[in-house]
Structures are given as structure tokens and as C-alpha cells.
Design a protein around this ligand. Sequence first.
Ligand SMILES: *[C@@H]1O[C@H](CO)[C@@H](O)[C@H](O)[C@H]1NC(C)=O
Ligand SMILES: *[C@@H]1O[C@H](CO)[C@@H](O)[C@H](O)[C@H]1NC(C)=O
Ligand SMILES: *[C@@H]1O[C@H](CO)[C@@H](O)[C@H](O)[C@H]1NC(C)=O
Length: 958
Amino acid sequence: MKLLLPALLLALGVHAVKHEDFKECGQTSFCRRLRPLSTKSESADFASPYSLGTPSLASASQIGAPTKDSAWTFPLSSTLYPEVAFELRVDVLEGDIARVRVDEVGSASPWRRYNETARWSLLSSEPAHGTAKISTQNGMSSIKYGHGLELRINHAPLRIAMVRDGTEEIVFNDRGLFHMEHFRTKEMPVEEEVKETEGEQVKTEEGEAQTEEVEIKSEPEEQEPFEAVIDRSWFETEDGDMFEEQWKRWRDSKPKGPEAFSLDISFPLAKHVFGLPEHASPLSLPDTIGEGSHYTEPYRLWNVDIFEYVADSPMALYGAVPLLHAHSTKGTVGVLNLVASETWVDVAHTNGVQTHWISESGIMDLLLLPGPNPTALFEQYASLTGPAQMPPQFATAYHQCRWNYNTQGEVIEVQERFEEADMPLDVTWLDIEYADEHRYFDWNKKMFPDPVAMINQVAKFGRKMVAIVDPHIKRTDSFRVYKDSLDLDILIKKADNNNFDGWCWPGSSVWVDFFNPKSWEWWTRMFSFETWADQTKDLFVWNDMNEPSVFDGPEITMPKDNIHDGGWEHRDVHNINGMLFHNQTQHAITVREPTKKRPFVLSRAFFAGSQRFGSVWTGDNLGTWEHMAGEAAMFLSNSIAGISFVGADIGGFFGNPGNEMLVRWYQKGAFMPFMRAHAHIDTKRREPYLFEEPIRSYLRDALRLRYILLPAWYNAFHDAATKGHPVIWPQYAKYPSDETGAAVDNQYYVGDSGLLFRPVVDEGATSADVYLAAGQPFYDYFSPRMWPARSKPRNVTIDTPLDKFPLLIEGGHIFPSRERVRRSSSLMRLDPVTFTVALGHNQEAKGQLYMDDGETFAWESGAFIHRALEFKNGKLSSTQKVPHNAKNEYAQSIQDVGVERVRVLGLNQEPTSVSVSGKEVQFVWDKGAPSAKEPRAAVLTIKNPGVKVVNDWEIVIA
Ligand SMILES: *[C@@H]1O[C@H](CO)[C@@H](O)[C@H](O)[C@H]1NC(C)=O
Ligand SMILES: *[C@@H]1O[C@H](CO)[C@@H](O)[C@H](O)[C@H]1NC(C)=O
Ligand SMILES: *[C@@H]1O[C@H](CO)[C@@H](O)[C@H](O)[C@H]1NC(C)=O
């Protein structure tokens, strides 16, 4: 059987993505059924056949105690299927978030719609409620909440608008595309149903319009009659594939029959929509429908293992976050459509922006985030799905990976070569070949005779290791993990209830069902030192292939009719599946030692909420300029959707980048939140120490720059973990009222440091343009060059010889750095700090310094230092930003750490003295040339001001 594997690998292609391996909308029955409605509905007299009855307060048990009058249910029905009852429920949550859910109710069918996406994705499946007031009259309910917000709910036809200060900003069912297929049995022929409707509809058309007779379950007299020309077949195109579906050699048994739903959301004020990761598309999502649209397929959310993805495409990739930001200079709002089944989204810039969402199964669970600006949206989204996990310090530094370091000796050699080349390194990774027959946990002892000794030797340099543990489990009785999972009966089942097996790296494999809580404690045990002796606390984990990738499955994943815990089909939970695996692995790593340690687990698949469990990367990219160019937009798209600990394989997973490309990739890598080099097994070795000068120095410089700026990155990771802010910020999020910069996605900001990075992604480029917003001066990081503040945005051109790239500092910011780079980040723990003060147009600047032990959870109980830095009226001060116990163990441990240098950029007057506590300190002044044609900033350098990072201090510049 093992012999089959190379053949299979070949078949899977080490060449361009096989489009034919993945479905288009027209090849999947539910999308084929529901997408065309958006064009048919364009007829002028079309209206939604759905209408609401009178609302009633949701009962206490439904809300969970303590209750507030902020949740209501409405009976919902459709003239298409008057006998079917739906319920629409509105909750107003804390943070002024409105939640709208729809489910079929009272059905005689034994089936239910999947309603547990929120349970996994959100911090709490029933988040705390806010306060709101409802009034209902004339077929209209108005719910008022928050700061000038209102939900205007039109009962018939169904339409819900989120209104702010009188203006509609988000409209649900504006175009009447909401439709929820009801459970039915196959015996009821679709054709007959359709005929029946056509009969009813003729009546409507004839104007006898007995719409009041439509069965609305309560108080029909509240209904306003409405007339519409609708045809049931528009909503549910006759489709022989409703009850089973064949695609290529795979048959989907679809025991529940049709259960898709679609909905439309309009953003009347929006100029751009951002989000819906993961796609290799621009950040400002181009149209997928309508004349001249950039794409013709909708954005697809369906986690798949897609070899060598296309660089500009709405095709599905490894992760899915059904979140959109709708933005214009008038404001930014968001929607989270919490559904885990296969989902397609059309986007059209018409009357603002219109979106049409089509999902295969599940309830409708829509969260309307009011903004009104990107920062508020980040915080609202984090209040639902959680802020990011605070990573251990080492994880923010440089990771060296390759498929594969094949022996223990090779791993040690990598350490020594980095050492010799004077290049910093924190983490060395092992891909699948470390494991005996791809049985993860079991080392190949021929190649790795003493893993513990190896890890310990790596750890001597203050470094860590990562080994891969994938979700497929080799089906062989001699493998304890397989035996255990069989005994515990925790495997994902086939439609016939037998354990599912499929083909993956180890050959025939099974998959643990992490929806089954019985698997949790067991999986934790798999990583304990008792169960897995061949590891140490310095070994961390990589969860790959967790979409899940199944080589012989439809679209290289699991059949949709597979069964999970609770009887749910894989179809219902596919997009969250990988996140549950990620969660359990990171939990296992957290509790491995008696004192909990911050875990580090990298995942390929993700969903809304995955940020709570660790980092992700963009999967199998290509070593091409085109892929490199598109990645900034992918990082940003993930980042605004919470998944901001993200990176791409430096150098490209596939291919052999030339020297120039590799240098550019390392420079870009130094500014990815997750900085890892990785390469396919067939590629040439490309560790940075292998290159000749000057390439070697350029690569070293990129690595060193990452380490120098680690304190600034750590600030950003801390803001992500505490406020839900992204680690890197797109232009529109920093400057929401600047229309011209809104779509810029080839540059970004690191946290609140003011650092603005623009990767060079063009072959042979000798210069690159950077977009500068109005208002602040910008300073070059590498030279005294500056760009004075302007009242209008502009592009500036920056020279980019191979050792240089655009890295600017926006005026008004102070950021910390550590300029003495050592072999690994942990060895820099007690090194002094440098502050760069980039003065704003008003001669002021602000910043922060957050530091903690970098490995435990003690920071959550006050063991950290968090300083506020401020430059104002010629004084630079450091004060406590967040109150903490100054005697905390961490602060004690760094009490001798000093500030070795302060650089002040853009001071408009030469100082006569610089002093700390009345004592003069030395300084160097370079007056620059602020008004030259190519202005140079004045630079004041204060060496060794004699202050400690843990203390309050003030440096007076007179
Ligand atoms: C899902 O629906 C079932 C049946 O209607 C209900 O009992 C259950 O509480 C719901 N679960 C969640 C998480 O809402
Ligand atoms: C993560 O695991 C914990 C148990 O360790 C569980 O309570 C929680 O629901 C899980 N969340 C997800 C998203 O898997
Ligand atoms: C900056 O350059 C881009 C790309 O060439 C262009 O689309 C944009 O209009 C320019 N912006 C300004 C403010 O000049």
C-alpha cells in the first residue's frame, strides 16, 4: 500500500491547481438552486414572499438569566410554503450588536437544522444582552438600542434595516433573496408542489390577493397585504440533486434532503467590502456578479487543501471566516453570518454594496456589528469570537522549517550553521518525515535516535522545536493512537455509521471526531510527558491538513454525509472542524507542565474564533512574484477577521526562488506576524546561511530587523490579545475617513508602533511607491529622509536597491526596539531597550512598552510591565499605563533593564540641554534639513539616559 503513495502524490500534482478538483457554484446543487434568484428578482414587482407575525418577548429560559427585554421572537412564514413555519428571533447584545436568527420550527420532520456553530465559534453561544426597546405598529416593529441605533423591521415583506441616526446602514432582505428550504421527504415530488404554488400564484397575479389568508401564526390582522410576482421555481429551481448528489466518483447521500438557505445584505453607504477570508483576492473585494465583474464565481467558503492555489481568485482556500466589513468614509459596519456549512457569497457594487450569501445547511445566525469605525468593529468582533491568544515570545520570532529535516544530525547542523552565520533563530520545525510511517508522536528512531537529547541541544541556544501532528491517524493496530481512538469509539463515521477511513500521508487513515467531548481528555493525554515520552517542554506543535485533507475524498476532503457527534453531518460542521482540532491540541500543550504554559500551535484550517487557539499560515503558496505580491492582501483580510497571527511560507512552498526573490521574501517575512520559512520536499535547500555575499548579508539584515523590532511586535500581539486589534493594520483601518487610501492593500502598519511597511514584490524593482495619508509627517526607518506632513494624501517613491525596502514611521508614534541581536529572542530578555520617538506635526508622540515573561500566564494576574510613553512640551515621559503590582515577579526580574538610547525624529529646535531628574545627560544633535527638496529629519540621539524600563521617568529636552 505504501507504494501507492508516491503515485498518489504525483496525481495530486506538484503543478498548478487543478481547477477540476474543486467545484464551481454550478456544480453544487444548492448553489445552482439558489444563486439565480438574484438575477430573477431584479424584476420591478418582485418582493420577498416571507413575512413576519407579531413579536413576543423571548422567554427567560431562551435568553438565559438574568433576562432583559432585549430578545424577541417573530413567527415567520412564506407564501411559497404556507404550511411551513419558521421563527425569526432578534437579540440585542452588549456592545450594540444585533443578532437575527431564523430556524424552521414545529416541523414533523425528524431532522433539525444545525444550530451549534455559535457554540464553537463564539466565546458564549448566548452572549450577554444589552438593553433595547421595541414598539410595533402598522406592520412594522422598531427596536431602539445603543447610541442612536434602531432595527427597523418590516413585517411584510420581511425586511430588516439597521439604522443609525435615521440612515439605513445594513439591510437584511433588501432584495428579497432570503429563502430557507424546509425539510421534506423525497416521496413528496417536487414537481407537484410547484404546480400547486403556481395555482396560488395565479390568484395573486389576478389581484384576488388573499395574502391575508397566508398562514401567519399570530394575529394576521397586523399584516399589511403585499403583492408580488413570484414563482416558487425561482427560489428552488427544480433540481434532481436535492436528495442525493453525484460529483465525479463521489455520491453524497443527503439523507436530510434540501436544507440550504440564502440571504441578501445590502450596505447602502458602502464603497468597499473587506473580509470573507480566506481568498487570494484583493482586500477590497471585487464584484463576482453583474456586467464586467472581476470574477464570475462567488467567493466560496469551504475549507480545502488546495495545492498551488491561483493568485487572484474567489476559490475556497484552507480557512473560512464569514465576516464582512462594509466601509466608506461615512462609517464602517460589519456582519458575521455564523454558518459552518459550504457558503458562497456574491458581491456587487450596486447602490452601495449588495451581497448575496448561499449556505448549504444550518440555521441563519446573523450578527450585525454597528462600528461605526474599524477599531470599534475589531472590538465588537472580539467581544463575540474572542481576542487572539497571547503567543509565547519565541513564536513571534523567526521559524525555520522545511519538508524535511531528515535526521537528528541535520537539525543540529541547522543550529550550528545559523550560529556560524551570525543569524538569529528561535524555532526549528519538523514536517511529517520525523514520524515513523507518518504515525505522529512515534519518531522514526533510525533518523532521530534520541529526540529528547536533540530538543535539549536545540534548547541550549534558547531555541524551541515544532513537530507536526496531523489529524489523520494511520489505520494500523500497532499504533496506540489508532487503537485508543477505536476503543473509545471517537472516530468520525460514514453515513452508514461505520468508522470512516480515507487516504492521507500514512495511507489508510481515520479521523478523530473532536466534536465528541470524549476525545478531549484523551487527546490532552496524548501530549502528556507520561504518554509521549519522546518530547520535552521545548517541543511545540503544528496541526496541518485539518480542513480535513482526505486525498481520496471529494474535493480532497471528507464526504459531506459523514457523521459527527450528536448525529450531525460533516456538511453542517465542515468549516469549524479544523478549529476544534486546533483547540484541543493547544489545550494539551498548555497543560503539559504543572504550571500552565502559553501554547504554540500552528493550524492550516481556521474559522471565526480560531484566533483563540494560535496562529495560521496561508498554506501551499508558490515561489512566484505573483504569489508574493498577493499575500499582503491575504494577511490583511485574515487580520481584520481576527486571524491576525498569520504568515506565508518565506520563499514559497513550491519552487526554487532566485536570490533576488528570496531576499525580497525575507524582507517581507520580517513583517509578517508569523515569520516562517518553509519549502516543499522537492525544492533545493535554501536556509539563509547557504548563500554567498552579498545575499547572505541581506538575508541576515532581514532576520536581524525582525529581532530588533520584537518589542514593537510584542506590543501589537498584546493589543490583539487584550483588545482584539489586529497585529497588522490595513490603510483603511488606520485612516477610515480617507477615501483615496481605502483600497490600498500592498502596505500595512505594525500595531500602534507607527511602522508602515511596504513589501517589494516586483522583479528587478529599483523603487516602490508608498501611499501616505494626509496629516502626519513620515520618517524613513533606515535613513534621515522624511516626508513633511501634507494636507492631502500622496504617493511617494522610495529607492529600493536589493538591501532596502520601504519602512517608514508615521509621525506621532513612539516604538521600542532592542538593538543587540542575539542567537534567539529569549537570550535578549535582559537587554536594554531603545525608544524611537517620531514626532507628529504638533511635536508630540505617544507609544507603549509591554513586556512579560513571554511564556506563562502570569501576565494575566499582573506579572508584566506596561508603560505609557509620551512626548509632549519637550518632555519624554514613561508612566505606568496599566496598573500592575510593581513588585510583581516579572518586574523584579527585569529591574536592571535600562534604556540605552532614545532617538527623537523631527524636533524643530536644537536643544540646549537634555536632563533626567535635573541631571544633564549627553546627546548628539543632527539638525537635518527639514525644508530641503529631499527633506532630512532632525535627529536627536540620547545615549544612556540612565533610566530603567520598570520605573517612572522623565527626560527633559530644553
Ligand atoms: C438547537 O436546537 C435544539 C432543538 O430545537 C435545542 O434544544 C437546542 O437548545 C439548540 N441549541 C443551541 C445551541 O441553540
Ligand atoms: C475548546 O476546548 C474546550 C475544552 O478544552 C471546550 O470547552 C471548548 O468548547 C472548545 N472550543 C472549541 C471551539 O473547540
Ligand atoms: C497612488 O498610486 C496609485 C497606484 O498607482 C493610484 O491609484 C492612486 O490614485 C495614487 N494616489 C494618490 C493620492 O496619488
